[in-house]
Design a protein around this ligand. Structure first.
Ligand code: MSP
Length: 516
């Protein structure tokens, strides 16, 4: 069992059927923000992502390009890793399902379930959706098409191995009932409960119609169903079933499996049942976020409306993209991507609110005090109320982050940023600076704003990794790492500082120039 202080978070392992788009980036950036937040709050984190490389779709795509499957996926997966690099994703491992360490574990679990009678062989006739790699019964088809993606299905007839899912249905329902946090948000939990209640059929877990997969260890004509293969990555990457299981013992069960709602059924039903059958602990939480949509619907290569995150990073910078993605999609619901909304967030939240607060404060401190600030000697006017908000914001942020509600956590930080800008208007340090008798008051006001800026910098660290390295020198706190920690977020921890005037942190973007 994992110890209290560890935190294991995963993203889906993505299909290398094509390059990734901004929708995939959303999941991975959200998981990264959470991993960074947990490290900042003192946890020992294991953050896993990877690629799901087997299956008929990949086999066909590679063939169409005149390549072997491995040649094809090697190239695409190198592109995944490059994208995560550019997005400054801090994953601790990257699992590929074509790796030996993974294949071994999948075969071992398949063998175990077969040996204990939970996997059996039977004839099968049914409808198969290749893009989703899923079999459907007549009853589940919608107008003859796949109920998940709406595409045509193919009729298949073969001998297959089946997994006795039905046997575990009531145990799973009980688990969901006993652990209200297990599937989040609640809307998804309800959906899963009604899916189970509508009757779980045994799952077809092998294929003979293609080769690109992990072989059934005792029957080489069959390859293992891609979802059994894929889901097992979460423990094969921890060396489960190998000689040294120390990583597994330390980090399993996972704290969070994160994904979008399209694949929650696999994670909240199939995966827990595999684990139950293998007598392994279930993940603590399965969190499904919404979809990032475009005006024309869901992003897809066939619609030709994919948004490439690499292009956006080049154009607007990493922090802006990460901030926009995590701020825009409310927890659990869908949201729309648009470049104009992105530019608006940059101009309003980053340039006007955050950047301006930092740049104008630093400029004033430089001008009136040659950069030096000391701790205040007295409280006046709005000080109390402003300080109280700053004092309670880290706890608010922490509570929201714990629920993976990153967008409201950011809203809470921006409420403080807004309050700080208003505080500057209320106290007018530029007027105080002209009055020699108000010099001390001017210091006090600017100190309060600077201390608030320090706290804001720490709080945005998990979301905007490029911001702190630019903000600390401006605040004069570059070397003082003890003031960069989550634990340091108590008001007044900064004894004094010497601020530096800096270049604008977030220049405004002129939409018209951009269009030209
Ligand atoms: N290979 C499986 C996952 C196996 S996990 C054991 C798979 N791969 S996928 O490449 O199709 O990735 C699906 C996931 O990508 C979604 O669950 C979500 O995390 C992310 N997204 C893909 N498009 C997205 C949006 N438009 N919006 C939000 N998330 C998106 O399924």
């Amino acid at each position: 069992m994992s110890q209290n202080n560890t935190f294991y978070i995963t993203t889906p392992i993505y299909y290398p059927s094509d390059n990734l788009h901004i929708g995939h980036a959303y999941t991975t950036v959200a998981a990264d923000a959470m991993a960074r937040f947990k490290r900042l709050t003192g946890h020992e984190v294991w953050f896993l992502t990877g690629s799901d490389e087997h299956g008929q779709k990949i086999e066909r795509t590679a063939k169409a390009k005149g390549q072997s499957p491995i040649e094809y996926v090697d190239k695409i997966v190198a592109g995944f890793e490059n994208l995560w690099d550019k997005l400054k994703i801090t994953n601790d491992d990257f699992i590929r399902t074509t790796e030996e360490r993974h294949q071994r574990t999948v075969q071992k679990i398949f063998q175990q379930l077969y040996d204990q009678g939970d996997i059996y062989k039977a004839g099968y006739k049914g409808w198969y959706c290749t893009p989703c790699e899923t079999f459907w019964t007549d009853a589940r088809l919608e107008e003859g098409n796949c109920p998940d993606c709406g595409r045509p299905v193919e009729f298949m007839e073969e001998e297959s191995y089946f997994f006795r899912m039905s046997k575990y249905a009531s145990r799973l329902l009980q688990h969901i009932d006993d652990n209200p946090e297990f599937i989040q948000p609640v809307s998804r939990r309800n959906e899963m409960v009604s899916f189970i209640n509508s009757g779980l059929e045994d799952l077809c877990v092998s294929r003979t119609t293609f080769d690109w997969g992990i072989q059934v260890p005792f029957d080489h004509k069959h390859v293992i169903y891609v979802w059994i293969d894929a889901l097992t990555n979460y423990i094969s990457a921890l060396d489960y079933g190998s000689e040294d299981e120390s990583k597994y013992n330390k980090f399993w069960p996972a704290d969070v499996h994160l994904m979008a709602k399209d694949i929650v059924r696999f994670h909240a039903i199939i995966w827990p049942i595999i684990l139950m059958a293998a007598e392994l602990p279930l993940p603590k939480q399965v969190i499904a976020h919404g979809w990032l949509l475009l005006e024309g619907g869901k992003m897809s290569k066939s619609k030709g409306n994919v948004v490439d995150p690499l292009v956006l990073i080049d154009k607007y910078g990493l922090d802006a993209i990460r901030y926009y993605l995590l701020r825009e999609l409310p927890f659990g619901s869908d949201g729309y991507y648009s470049e104009s909304a992105l530019v608006q967030r940059i101009n309003q939240d980053l340039a006007n609110d955050l950047g301006n607060l930092f740049n104008r404060t630093a400029a004033m401190v430089k001008k009136y005090f040659d950069g030096h600030l000391e701790k205040p000697t007295a409280l006046e006017g709005p000080d109390q109320e402003f300080i109280e908000l700053a004092q309670k914001t880290p706890q608010t942020v922490e509570n929201l982050m714990e629920r993976m509600d990153i967008s409201n956590a950011l809203a809470a930080v921006w409420q403080l940023v807004g309050r700080a800008n208003k505080y500057l208007e209320e106290t007018s340090p530029w007027a105080l600076a002209r009055d020699p008798e108000r010099k001390q008051r001017c210091n006090d006001v600017l100190y309060n704003v600077a201390e608030c800026m320090r706290m804001v910098t720490v709080m945005v660290t998990p979301i905007m990794p490029d911001f702190p390295p630019r903000a600390w020198p401006l605040l004069g706190l570059e070397g003082q790492t003890e003031l960069h920690t989550w634990d340091s977020l108590t008001w007044g921890n900064m004894a004094k500082t010497t601020m530096q005037k800096g270049k604008p942190l977030f220049p405004r973007i002129d939409l018209e120039t951009l269009e030209e």
